[in-house]
Ligand binder design. Structure first.
Ligand code: NCD
Ligand code: ZN
Length: 347
């Protein structure tokens, strides 16, 4: 039995760090374990220009602990007013790595998102030509579509037509939650990949709703039924380079989660690696963890893998869930996988 596992220093290809005091509180948790992270742009107001991204990058660097070797990779928030020339210049100058498409109203801070995909076609064409990847929040927002069906409907109505229209556009389907999404990415060739979150490998919709409502498991896309979770675990542990880690670690204060209309997002940065080691161990796939967390994403984004390593150790006693983080504005609960985790990051 392997009791120590050394992997390449990993990347998180989908991360929310927020701003201000929350940024200061959460950045160390990611910078401790990860070499790079793709930073989501859904601030209020969103990160829409190269200069916004560059200023946000500076604020993130200022929130990194001294000595951390962490590089934030920036994204722009696609709006119906996005300036294609500014976007392409920011990508060319290395300020941004990707652009994020949020359908308007799909999730936290998405009011500035895209209502009509036709209105952003010239920008998407410029991105395809310049080789800038589009990261997609793949859910329709129509109120008549059941929330558990929104990902599958998005693939049929929006994503597949878009990719047929612009086959050169490189797309990452973010935080895939269904077997429909997995199948679509598997059969989609080299121009599409998907991120998988930590929490969707652990929870299904019963965790949110059976035996009491648990707001800390509410996120978007919402967790689906168990058959879908099993498809996600199979994809993550398969070794297929189309799938890589994007934690979607999305901190919200407990006061915002535990409310009559609680907000979506799960904070997984502190225990993501330990949780993933447990899932890969359960599947007899520990040798594939390195690919999922450190290699497949780097290959898709065309960057070298990180220097350095992280060592995980198997522990006889289950590891406690990390303590709530205290921010000057209140507490922040860390993801509880609700199963024993016998792995920890060493040192
Ligand atoms: C994210 C957030 O809080 O910013 N929430 C979430 O449930 N995942 C937004 C997102 O990625 O959808
Ligand atoms: Zn997200």
């Amino acid at each position: 039995m392997t009791d120590r596992l050394t992997i390449t220093r990993p990347d998180d290809w989908h991360l929310h760090l927020r701003d201000g005091r929350m940024l200061d509180a959460v950045t160390p948790d990611t910078a401790m374990h990860f070499g790079r992270a793709l930073i989501m742009p859904n601030l209020v107001p969103p990160v829409v220009s190269g200069s916004d991204a560059s200023a946000y990058r500076d604020r993130i660097m200022a929130a990194c602990p001294d000595g951390a070797s962490f590089t934030p990779m920036m994204t722009l928030y696609l709006t119906e007013g996005t300036d294609a020339a500014d976007l392409v210049a920011a990508a060319r100058d290395g300020i941004i790595t990707a652009v994020k498409l949020y359908p308007a109203g799909a999730t936290t801070n998405s009011a500035s998102g895209v209502r009509d995909i036709d209105s952003v076609m010239p920008v998407l064409e410029a991105m395809a030509e310049a080789g800038v990847p589009l990261c997609v929040h793949g859910e329709v927002t129509d109120s008549e579509i059941d929330i558990f069906d929104r990902e599958a409907v998005f693939i049929d109505r929006v994503l597949d037509p878009l990719r047929r229209r612009l086959p050169a556009l490189r797309v990452v389907m973010e935080h895939v939650t269904t077997s429909d999404g997995i199948d679509y990415v598997r059969s989609g060739g080299e121009s599409i990949a998907a991120t998988l979150t930590t929490h969707h490998l652990f929870i299904n919709r019963n965790h949110i709703l059976a035996g009491g409502i648990r707001p800390h498991y509410y996120c978007l896309p919402v967790a689906k039924r168990e058959t879908h979770r099993l498809a996600l675990v199979a994809a993550a542990t398969s070794g297929d380079p189309s799938f890589f880690l994007g934690t979607d670690s999305a901190p919200h204060l407990d006061t915002a989660k535990l409310a009559p209309c609680g907000c979506a997002g799960i904070y997984t940065a502190p225990n993501t690696l330990a949780c993933l080691a447990q899932i890969f161990d359960n599947e007899g796939a520990l040798d594939r963890l390195d690919g999922f967390v450190a290699r497949h994403g780097a290959a898709f984004y065309g960057v070298a893998v990180n220097d350095g390593t992280v060592t995980l150790v198997r522990t006889a006693a289950p590891q406690p869930v990390p303590d709530d983080r205290m921010t000057p504005e209140g507490s922040l609960t860390v993801f509880d996988p609700m199963v024993p985790i016998h792995w920890a990051v060493a040192g």
